[in-house]
Structures are given as C-alpha cells and as structure tokens.
Design a protein around this ligand. Structure first.
Ligand code: HEM
Length: 405
C-alpha cells in the first residue's frame, strides 16, 4: 500500500533514532512474519525509532515499551488505530478507537455476546462449518487455504452472531476481501463504506422487526439515557467483523503454514490431544500478527526519548512475545510452560474475542488434522506476507494426498 512519506523530520526526533522503515513491508519470503520482526529487532535497530514513511511515526521494538504503551490509555490514545492518521475509518470502530471512560460503556454493550455460553454456541457453529468445508476440500487434494478455508469459518461465526442469512455471504465476502486484501488504500476505505451501508441496512431491518440476535440487542441499547446513534451502531458492528475476522483468518493461516512445514508437530498434535490447549497458546504466542497503533495525547518520555502530543506510535504485539533472555523463543514448543503473551493486546482494549478465537483455533486443529493429517505447501508457491494493522498472508496454496486416491 502506498501512503505518502513525511518530508520534514520533526524537530523533537533525534537523528540517531531515525530508520527507513515501512510498516506495510516485511521481509518474510518464507511467510514467517514473527521471525522477520525478531530479525529486525535483533539487527541492532533502536528500541524506539522514528520512520518518515506512511506519514511519519514511531515504532517500539522493546517488549517492555510495547506493554507500557498498551497499558497507559491516558497517554497513548486509541483514536488512531493505524498509520497514517488519514487511514483511520470514520465513524470510529467502537470500542477499539474509543478511550476511557466512554470505552468501558461501549465495551459492556457487546460483552453480553461474549459470555462462555455464547462462545460455546458459536464454537458449535464453527465446528459445523469447519467439517462441511474440509469434507468438500479433502477429495481435491489441494486448496488455497486463505480463500478456501481461513476466511470462511470466522465469516460464518460472525453471521451466526448477528443472525445474518446465508444468501448474504457473497456480499459480505466481497467487502471483507476489499478490507482484508486491498490492492490500494482506496479499496480498503471503499470496503469500510460498503460494510457500513450493509450493517446499517440490517440495523433498520431489525429495528422494524426485532429478534434475539446481537444487532437487535444493540439497536435497543443506549449510552446512558439516550439511544445509540447510527454512527455508534455502525462502529459497534464493524468491530465484530473486523476484529474477529481477518485476525482469526490470519492466525489460522500462519498456524497452517507452520504445520505444513513441520511433520513432527502434526504428529505430536494427533498423538497427544492432551497437549492441544498448550499448543493453541504456543501458536498464539509464536504467531502474533497485530501491529497496534496509538496516538500521543500529551508530550511524554519513553525510555528517555521525547514523544510529542499528536505523534503516532506503532506497537507490534509480536515483539512483546520474544524476550531477549537467551532462550529460543522462535522455537514452537508445545510443552513450554505458559508464557504471558501480548497477542490479544494488553490493558483496557484487551481482545474481547480471545475465548472465541481460542475455540475457533481448537475446532480447526481438531477437525482439519482428523481429515487431512498430512499436507504440504504446494511446490513453487510464492509466499507473501502483507504487513499492516493485522498482518496476513494473502495466499497459502496447500497439497495433500486425498484419502480415496
Ligand atoms: C486470533 C485472533 C485474534 C487476535 C490475534 C486478536 C487480537 C486483538 C488485539 C491485539 C486487540 C487489542 C486492540 C487494541 O489494543 O487496540 C483486540 C481487540 C478486540 N478484539 Fe480481538 N483478536 C482476535 C480475535 C477476535 C475475535 C474472534 C473477536 C470477536 C468477534 C474479537 C473481538 C475483539 C474486540 C471487540 C476488540 C476490541 C476491544 C476493545 O477495544 O476494548 N477478536 N483483538
């Protein structure tokens, strides 16, 4: 994606902390994004640096700085969630782009849809979809994992949450594709606009004929004593689609890329189901792929460096998960003791869908490995990683030997 660079270096940025870094480019020809970020960090870049690219912004590479940024919402605002500033959607995505104290009020409005019993129901639906899709794919002996599988399950779960009809799936897939795999910034913004128009049509429909689904619940909700405005409803619905869709699709793709290249881990998962819970956590730690952005509310010092109000700072969650303590954190080890990771963020905005995401990953691993135990990356496949707010691989061509061949 092409956003303009800043021409003048801001006065407060020390020249020793400037790097020519494009957060939309990553050097990961094998598809291993987290390893590429660790390579960058370990190449001697400053723990906090400024880049003139994409409007000009800071990047934190130190794990402790990343946590500090995420946990201090009073200094580091969420009103910009990506770089550059003009790439942020309006109306804002709620609660993602809202700061405390209003943030908590909005968060409560959707938390009733994320209770353990709701997650259980959604996981059942995810399993149904997952089995159906894999059963269709298995006899083919090949697939393009992202479009053929990874995007399908979370879309189906989202549609279940909002009680959307199956015939809307192609429309939803089309704007999700524009948001998740845009060829230009305008395509992504158009995707947001289309999604807004679609979700608001649904709000009007459910206002007229209420049901027990989340859209109907939100349409009846209020902020304090007043009913929610349309822009608030749109922002709340966007979060469910955006936060839960490309992230899950991307996580499943990174996990599958890894498993396709590691027969040993596939065997371990099949033979030791007792390791599954740990394995999911280890995958989440190892495959973190969200680059969070915050906007400085006021001037502050971070590690002795002056950050000015209005500056943007990128906090890559991946770099919070690989401490520089001499251990081999790049190794995927299902028997590793639990490690606190930042894959779902930290602080006030901690992911509201973490249980649902874990459940979707579990369903995928159980059902896929049962039906397609051995698979590989198609020969000659070019693996590309698209960086940005949620990093993803646009394509992952896989091959395997069908059961009845
Ligand atoms: C592996 C999959 C997922 C990853 C890696 C992930 C990651 C994250 C991260 C890093 C944040 C923090 C954002 C910030 O601090 O600005 C977040 C927030 C959020 N996530 Fe997830 N997420 C995933 C799946 C889901 C799912 C399935 C849902 C539900 C449909 C969901 C709903 C949300 C919501 C509503 C927020 C906003 C919370 C707030 O602003 O208070 N996420 N997610």
């Amino acid at each position: 994606m092409l956003y303009p660079s800043r021409s003048e270096l801001p006065d407060h940025v020390p020249s020793g902390r400037v790097l020519d870094y494009d957060s939309f480019q990553v050097d990961a020809p094998d598809g291993d994004f987290a390893a590429a970020m660790v390579r960058l960090r370990d190449s001697g870049v400053p723990d906090l640096f400024w880049t003139q690219r994409n409007g000009g912004h800071w990047v934190a590479t130190d794990a402790a700085f990343i946590r500090q940024i995420l946990e201090d919402a009073e200094t580091f605002s969420s009103k910009a969630m990506r770089v550059p500033k003009e790439a942020n959607p309006t109306p804002p995505i709620i609660p993602l782009m809202i700061d405390p104290p209003d943030h908590a009020v909005y968060r409560r409005l959707i938390s009733t849809s994320m209770t353990p019993s709701e997650v259980k129901k959604l996981a059942l639906r995810a399993r149904e979809i997952c089995v159906g899709v894999i059963d269709q794919l298995e006899p083919r002996g090949e697939c393009e994992f992202v479009a053929d599988f990874a995007q399908k399950m979370p879309i189906a779960v989202f549609m279940g949450m909002l009680d959307l009809p199956d015939e809307d799936k192609p429309v939803i897939m089309a704007f999700v594709d524009r948001i998740v795999r845009p060829d230009a910034p305008e395509t992504r913004m158009q995707g947001f606009a289309d999604m807004g128009a679609y979700t608001m049509a649904k709000v009007r429909e459910r206002k007229a004929r209420p049901g027990s689904d989340l859209i109907s619940k939100l349409a009846r909700s209020g902020f304090g004593d007043r009913p929610l405005r349309d822009d608030e409803l749109q922002g709340l619905m966007s979060v469910l689609m955006l936060a839960g869709l490309d992230t899950v699709a991307s996580m499943l793709t990174f996990i599958t890329r890894f498993l396709a290249t590691s027969p040993h881990h596939r065997v371990q998962l099949r033979e030791r189901p007792d390791l599954l819970t740990n394995a999911i956590e280890e995958f989440l730690r190892r495959m973190a792929m969200v680059n969070l952005t915050r906007e400085l509310v006021r001037d502050t010092q971070l590690g002795g460096v002056l950050l000015k109000a209005g500056d943007l700072i990128v906090a890559p969650t991946a770099l919070a998960n690989f401490p520089q303590d001499g251990s081999n954190w790049l190794e995927v080890d299902f028997e590793r003791p639990r490690h606190l990771h930042a894959t779902f963020g930290a602080g006030a905005h901690y992911c509201m869908g973490s249980s649902l995401a874990r459940a979707e990953i579990r369903v995928f691993l159980e059902e896929w490995l049962k039906r397609i135990p051995d698979f590989a990356i198609a020969e000659g496949a070019v693996l590309e990683v698209k960086a940005g707010a949620a990093v993803m691989m646009p394509r992952l061509p896989l091959v395997w030997k069908p059961r009845n061949s």
